[in-house]
Each structure stands twice: as structure tokens, then as C-alpha cells.
Design a protein around this ligand. Structure first.
Ligand code: HEC
Length: 138
């Protein structure tokens, strides 16, 4: 039960950060409040939520792209990255473009896993610094 409560609170933190809009969001330490996912399933769930909160406004709800920003899913979206590690490095270093590095590593890994999977990279276990360089573009 405690775990469920914490997860819900973490998700709210993610949503709060993502919805900062024009005003600087008071994150209240949201970065460190995000619980490290234990399994690939949890990581995918976190990735989907965090993507929705921090990326979808520019890249579209399913990564289809919008006027403001290119597609992230499909033939052109993700093919600059040879490995999931390259994708993580780019995303962590540059995105969200209005607030780079504003998310926690757990969120960046989760978003990378979520997008890599959508682009058919062979993500079959929780993505992290130890395995990402071995997960290659299909
Ligand atoms: C404020 C709008 C905005 C937000 C929010 C945003 N992006 Fe972007 N993103 C852009 C723009 C604009 C570009 C194109 C930048 C360029 O080409 O230099 C881009 C480019 C990218 C690219 C490279 C795409 C390619 O074709 O090379 C990736 C990957 C990416 N974003 C991922 C993300 C992720 C993941 C998030 C959420 C953590 C995110 N972005 C949030 C605006 C945004």
C-alpha cells in the first residue's frame, strides 16, 4: 500500500513538473522523489507518464510530431541513435528543449526505454547505464 501511495505521489510530481507552462515550476524536489522502477514493466509505465508530462506538448501524444517539434516514433524520428545509450545521452542533454536536464535520471531512462521500444529497439529488460550501449537500432 505504501508503495502504491508513493508511486501516485511521484506521478503527481512528474505531472506538476511537466505542466509548468510559462511560470517556473516549483518542483519541490520532484527530481529525487521519482521512485526507481524495479522492472521493465514499471519502467515503461513511468516512461509513458513522464513522456506525457514532459514531451507530448511538443512532440505529440504518441510521438507523432507537431508543428513545434519533429516526430520521435517512426522511420525518421529515432534513427540518429545507434544505441539506446546514444538516445539517452541526447535526450538527457537536450530535452525538454525549454528545460534540458530538468528530469531525474530514472525518468530519462524510462522515457528512453519507452521511445526505444516504440521504435522497435530490442528492449527486453529494464534499460540502464549497464545495458543501454548494447541495445542497438533495429
Ligand atoms: C518545448 C518543446 C519541446 C519539448 C517539451 C520537448 N522537445 Fe524534443 N525537440 C524539440 C525540438 C524543437 C526539437 C528539434 C531540435 C533540433 O532539431 O535541434 C526536438 C528534438 C528532439 C529529438 C531529436 C529528434 C530527431 O529527429 O533528431 C528527440 C529524441 C527529442 N526531441 C526527445 C524529446 C523528449 C524525450 C522530450 C521529453 C523529455 C522532449 N523531446 C521534449 C522540442 C521539444
Amino acid at each position: 500500500m505504501r508503495f502504491v501511495l508513493l508511486s501516485v505521489m511521484s506521478l503527481w510530481a512528474v505531472v506538476a513538473v511537466g505542466c509548468g507552462g510559462g511560470k517556473p515550476a516549483e518542483t519541490g524536489g520532484a527530481k529525487s522523489d521519482v521512485k526507481e522502477p524495479a522492472t521493465l514493466e514499471e519502467q515503461m509505465a513511468l516512461g509513458e507518464k513522464a513522456y506525457g508530462a514532459a514531451c507530448a506538448s511538443c512532440h505529440g501524444a504518441s510521438g507523432e510530431g507537431k508543428a513545434k517539434a519533429p516526430a520521435l516514433v517512426g522511420p525518421k524520428g529515432f534513427d540518429d541513435y545507434k544505441t539506446a545509450k546514444d538516445a539517452f545521452d541526447y535526450i538527457k542533454g537536450n530535452m525538454p528543449s525549454d528545460k534540458p536536464t530538468s528530469l531525474s535520471d530514472a525518468e530519462y531512462w524510462a522515457i528512453t526505454a519507452y521511445l526505444a521500444k516504440k521504435n522497435n529497439y530490442p528492449v527486453d529488460k529494464k534499460l540502464d547505464a549497464g545495458n543501454a550501449a548494447g541495445i542497438k537500432r533495429p
